[in-house]
Design a protein around this ligand. Sequence first.
Ligand code: DC
Length: 217
Amino acid sequence: MIVAIDGPAAAGKGTLAKRLAEKFGFAYLDTGTLYRGVALALLKAGHDPSDEAAAAQASAHFDLALTHDPDLRTEAIGAAASIVAAMPEVRSNLLKFQREFASCPPGGAAGAVLDGRDIGTVVCPKADLKLYVTASPEERARRRTSELQERGIDADYSAILADVKARDERDMNRQEAPLKPAKDALLLDTTILDIDAVFLRAIRFVEAAASADTKAN
Ligand code: DC
């Protein structure tokens, strides 16, 4: 069983993906960490995130250890990740790993949950279930601001809102694998539904997809 979850930054898809994976015993891959890892490798080596040759090189020799780096989740790395993610060579270098994870989940798990921007459209177009998790930019910026403040980090709502909008613009309007719902994706808007309501609804979707699979086989 492959569950594909896509959506813009800070919509709550990571939290949902993790909870679903835990509930059903599936393996979980946050594909954003791969693009963040490439961005981090570039910045650590003193390159600019828009340096295509360096980004291609970093993604071709990708070191998974980077996905555990404590600097990975900063706003600066998120913005740089969105820049490298627009490069076709970077995307194709990261594709194989994502597809292998989905088709052969680690630890012999019975399924995989992948979240990102192009999982339902490009990485796993035949996923058993596709969810598109979204929320208004204002709500996402509000959540991101309080999340940072709770961690004791100085956060300015207007700057974060501008960053969220810039990221949406880049992720949705790039040539290669732009962020958009797959035609057969089910939409979950977390502006109106809280995370528990979204989780309960998604559980029902997974159960329905599993029983459709059983009937088809
Ligand atoms: O989900 P995130 O904020 O960790 O993702 C960081 C950036 O990586 C995001 O702005 C766009 C890019 N990304 C992508 O293009 N495709 C994916 N499947 C996952 C992330």
